[in-house]
Design a protein around this ligand. Structure first.
Ligand code: ADP
Ligand code: MG
Length: 600
């Protein structure tokens, strides 16, 4: 249970500030994370790691010479936003290109992936190596679907040492990929962890039992087993990892016994001793092992075993020195401090002049965001519980953080003289949502709101066509970014029926308000029906069976929001016309009849 905080919502930020204050010789704070505070030789590849907070020493504790150049740090268990990753990577870049490396989670892939596109577009050559070491999360023939747990350390360490040795981006990437393919982990939990301020843990393990195959975000294990003895546990972990060993494995391995938060070091050592004997008995030589807390999951009671099968090249980089707040090995010459540029200069004040109709619709958009926040606040706990069944339990908290930030940003934009257009309101809101929410849903909702805003723009009048274009843009943003297919058990399963019902009703001559109501009801039915699906995308995928019989949290939250917006819009919306029955609304003029079939 986390007890030391003022406001749980500020926990990750304030903890990171304090971490930097305690380690100024190593790290400096930048917007979105930390970067080395010591000089990085010009032309050195920048290794940018990261992910959610709550995993210390991953990820900020691993920043320093011989290891990471910088870490992008998200909220508790939530990915940093794309803009944050981008800014951290810019601060880390020393002219040798950037390698992004992080555990394979949908939210991180979305945000780091967007940052990579932006960095490459600016001419900063950027590559990605995902860590996929957790053997419990997918079979060996689908290794690319596995999630990353304590194997983060082997990949980061070897990539960091290779960068330190002056290797090129190609070589650093190649070594990171090889390390990942030769790293396997398996974890067990004896009890769950509790997010700061939350009343209950994300999962619990029945008394006298352990949960095998845990995740590091409070995802429960794959199966529960009676609590074994230490010797039985060592045997179980070693035999499962050896059965999954890479081709061409060799006989030299790094072994890492990793505590997840509350298991005592003495217990970890006791287990390590038994594991080492078993590995020797299997003909393996253990090389420079680690035993301690390396990738944690807040106050989770649990541990994992990681094995990295070395080859000569990997062994050289594993053994190389590193000097970071949490991981020190060998000796490195002391580094001079470097000057870091301050945060980017404030953007020039936006001088938008919203058209009258745009200002009315902008105000409505801000109100609808307020309604969205109300419905999320009402259902926050329920959404968290739904996500805890097979995901990581943060859907309620993440949506809350996102929508709170979106409403604040929208209201700030709306407070401008003359109001603000829907484009201005929704882009500000979407950026804030994505930045603050983290997680998969945060990236998707943020981008979708921005896309809808851009589609609505700043016009003299709005028609049903515009409403159709906004809904289409919202939907496309989510399907293009998340790449989920219908039936994957995601919010897309509620979103597509919503879009289809909305466009269908408009096409049939229904006006916007009733079309929205029909769409919201289609979304509700579809969200309920996701209970019958197995998740094929996102964090719930490894626990597909547990999720059967329960609806997808992202689909449920979408349907709830759709329902609230349609109710509110039904009474308060400008009476925007259906495509073939142009109407006007107080403050909205409608000069030209809407064109049929103008939308995709
Ligand atoms: P995270 O999974 O990062 O913890 P949340 O818990 O906030 O993020 O959101 C989980 C929801 O995100 C899922 O219930 C699902 O509806 C949605 N989701 C996950 N992956 C995708 C995807 N690729 N496309 C669309 N929606 C997705
Ligand atoms: Mg989640």
């Amino acid at each position: 249970m986390t007890q030391i905080f003022d406001n749980p919502a500020d926990f990750a930020d304030e903890a990171l500030d304090g971490f930097v204050a305690a380690n100024r010789g190593y790290v400096a704070r930048v917007d979105g994370g930390v970067v080395r505070s010591t000089e990085v030789p010009a032309g050195q590849v920048a290794l940018v790691v990261g992910g959610g907070s709550g995993h210390y020493p991953a990820f900020a504790g691993l920043v320093g010479p011989g290891l990471a150049t910088a870490s992008a740090c998200g909220n508790m268990f939530a990915s940093p936003a794309a803009g944050q990753v981008y800014r951290v990577a810019k601060a880390a870049n020393a002219g040798g290109g950037v390698l992004l490396s992080y555990g394979n989670y949908a939210g991180d892939v979305l945000h780091f992936g967007q940052a990579q596109l932006r960095l490459n577009a600016e001419g900063i050559e950027t590559r990605t190596v995902l860590v996929t070491d957790d053997i419990a999360s997918a079979p060996l023939d689908q290794i690319e679907k596995r999630r990353g747990i304590a194997g983060d350390l082997t990949v980061f360490k070897i990539a960091g040492a290779a960068a330190e040795a002056g290797l090129s981006l190609d070589d650093v990437e190649r070594l990171a990929i090889r390390t990942n393919y030769r790293t396997r982990s398996l974890g067990v939990a004896f009890d769950g962890c509790t997010l700061p301020g939350a009343e209950a843990p994300l999962f619990t393990v029945p008394a006298g039992h352990m949960s095998l195959g845990l995740g590091i975000h409070g995802e429960p294990g794959i199966s529960d087993h009676p609590m074994p003895t230490a010797s039985e546990l060592a045997e179980l972990l070693v035999s499962k990892l050896l059965a999954d060993k890479p081709d061409d494995a060799g006989t030299r391995v790094v072994a890492i016994v990793n505590g997840l938060g509350t298991v005592k070091y003495d217990e970890l050592f006791l287990l390590f001793g038994k594991i080492e004997k078993l590995l020797s008995a299997a003909g393996l030589t253990v090389v420079e092992p680690e035993c301690g807390e390396l990738v944690t999951s807040l106050d989770m009671s649990g541990l994992s075993l990681t094995l990295l099968w070395l080859d000569e090249e990997l062994e050289q980089f594993w053994a190389a020195p590193a000097d970071t707040p949490a991981f020190r090995k060998g000796n490195l010459a002391p580094r001079a401090r470097r000057e870091l540029a301050g945060p980017d200069a404030e953007k020039a004040a936006d001088v938008e002049r919203p058209a009258a109709a745009a200002a009315v619709l902008g105000r409505l958009a801000a109100d609808l965001l307020g309604q969205t926040r109300d419905v999320i606040v009402e259902h926050e706990e329920e959404l968290g519980r739904l996500d805890a069944i097979a995901g990581d339990g943060d859907h309620g908290i993440g949506m809350r953080r996102g929508v709170d930030a979106a409403v604040a940003a929208a209201e700030q934009a709306a407070a401008n003289d003359g109001g603000a257009s829907p484009s201005r309101i929704l882009t500000a809101a979407g950026e804030a949502w994505s930045e603050r929410a983290g997680g998969t849903s945060g990236a998707l909702w943020g981008s979708a709101i921005i896309a809808a805003g851009l589609a609505l723009g700043n016009r003299d009048s709005y028609s049903g066509e515009d409403a159709a274009a906004a809904v289409t843009a919202f939907t496309d943003a989510i399907t293009e970014l998340g790449k989920a297919e219908p039936g994957d058990k995601t919010m897309v399963d509620a979103l597509l029926p919503f879009r289809d019902a909305f466009l269908g009703a408009l096409d049939g001559g229904t006006s916007v308000g009733p079309s929205l109501a029909a769409a919201a009801s289609a979304a509700q039915t579809a969200a309920d029906q996701t209970a019958g699906l197995r998740p094929l995308k996102g964090r719930a995928r490894p626990l597909a069976e547990k999720s059967l019989g329960h609806p997808d949290p992202g689909a449920v939250s979408f349907a709830l929001i759709a329902a609230r917006i349609s109710t509110h819009a039904g009474t308060a919306t400008p009476d925007i016309a259906s495509p073939d029955t142009a109407q006007t609304h107080a403050g909205l003029t409608h000069d030209e009849p809407a064109k049929q079939g103008a939308r995709a």
